[in-house]
Design a protein around this ligand. Structure first.
Ligand code: PLP
Length: 397
């Protein structure tokens, strides 16, 4: 059948292919421990579920405005004003089915064919996919292990051209678990202001910072008007399946983004939005307990992985990912790259991880091999899974 040419430019999240492989192997009876999934293994807090059920019973089962119901937008505006130390109006909030549509909608709204967009590499693969889809030019900004998985500000400066229209940042970061320092944010802000560039700040993991305090680029003077802030409920409240996220942006862009929602989705489920108000305004105990547990698991997985010959890793500062360097392990096992290591671990150790290639192309001069493990799984799974990795990795050396 006839297909639009533009579809050849749309990428995907290859992580989903690994998940499909895991499901197939499990269906065959294999006992797979998966570190591949990027979502909390906790249940959504009960008070949030109850709020959704009440909303359904109260009849909130129809369309809402495309930007989201006003009480939720007001609640989000208060939450962002407080946590980012800026003033946000409900007209500057657009509620979407998950945080992901903010990536698509903002690139779709702000980027013309031939415009350049810088994005973190390794990074969430959807950035590059959407930049390509709209005919923009993706310009990868390397995140470097020697910089604690931040970027070299010289690399950022050098990549700016008259065609640069947007810089995407993500802190805490998927896949490295790194965070950007305040100095990095300030440099990015200065360059964005000087060159009149949008910044898409993906802050979906903002509540999962274990060392230090979360800082947002939007709080830096002069940045509010050029920042598109992405946040949501998926990670903080273990609500990935509810599809509830939002963007904060200047009013005229918010109107465009809401218009895309009118065209694409009409709106996010109305009762889900009522549950979002409860998430923000109700008790935070469950979410805080979950994040506290992630921190403990981070400490365990960090220690255990560093005990494996051929694997070294930095201590992640946030999110629920760890990104070990497996160069030596690959060499010891005669494996060409981390993709082969991913397959090796899946079939030899019954452990699922994601290879570097799931997070973008190799940067120029990048010689090291990495894998991503999500520690959004139980402590028992972490201990058993890492033991299996150790046995399989050290077996030949
Ligand atoms: N941004 C990053 C960096 C992510 O890792 C994810 C999900 O994995 C998202 C955005 C999308 O989140 P949501 O499920 O709310 O669409």
């Amino acid at each position: 059948m006839y297909m639009a040419k533009r579809m050849t430019r749309l990428g995907t999240e290859t992580a989903f292919e690994v998940l499909a492989q895991v499901n197939r192997l499990r269906a065959e009876g294999k006992d797979i421990i998966s570190f591949a999934i990027g979502e909390p293994d906790f249940d959504t807090p009960q008070n949030i579920k109850d709020a959704a059920i009440k909303a359904i019973k109260d009849g909130y089962t129809h369309y809402s405005s495309s930007a989201g119901i006003l009480p939720l937008r007001e609640s989000i505006a208060r939450y962002i004003s407080k946590t980012r130390d800026i003033e946000v109006d409900s007209d500057e909030v657009v509620v979407t089915p998950g945080g992901k549509p903010i990536i698509f909608n903002s690139i779709f709204s702000c980027i013309n064919e031939g415009d350049e967009v810088m994005y973190p590499n390794p990074g969430f693969p959807i950035y590059e996919s959407v930049i390509n889809f709209v005919g923009g030019k993706p310009v990868p900004l390397p995140l470097l292990e020697e910089k604690n998985f931040s970027f070299d500000t010289k690399d950022l400066q050098e990549r700016i051209t008259p065609k640069t229209k947007m810089i995407i940042i993500n802190s805490p970061q998927n896949p490295t678990g790194g965070t950007l320092s305040y100095d990095d944010l300030k440099t990015t802000a200065r360059i964005a202001i000087q060159n009149d560039i949008w910044v898409l700040s993906d802050e979906i993991y903002c509540n999962m910072v274990y060392d230090g305090k979360f800082q947002s680029i939007v709080s830096i003077p002069g940045m509010k008007e050029r920042t598109i802030l992405l946040d949501g409920f998926s990670k903080t409240y273990a609500m990935t399946g509810w599809r509830l996220g939002f963007g904060i942006m200047r009013k005229e862009l918010a109107t465009h983004i809401a218009r895309i929602e009118t065209n694409a989705n009409s709106c996010t489920a109305t009762f889900t939005q009522y549950a979002g108000i409860e998430a923000l305004e109700g008790p935070q105990d469950d979410s805080l307990a979950m994040i506290g547990e992630f921190q403990k698991r981070r400490d365990i997985i960090y220690k255990e992985l560093n005990n494996i010959k051929g694997i070294t890793c930095l201590k992640p500062k946030g999110a629920f990912y760890i990104y070990p360097n497996v160069t030596e392990a690959c060499r010891n096992l005669d494996l060409r790259d981390s993709k082969e290591f991913q397959q090796y671990l899946l079939h030899r150790a019954n452990v699922a991880v994601l290879a570097r290639s799931c997070f973008g192309r190799r940067n120029e001069g990048e010689k090291e091999e990495y894998i991503r493990l999500s520690y959004a799984t139980s402590r028992e799974n972490i201990i058993e899974g890492v033991k299996r990795i150790k046995n399989a990795t050290e077996s030949k050396s």
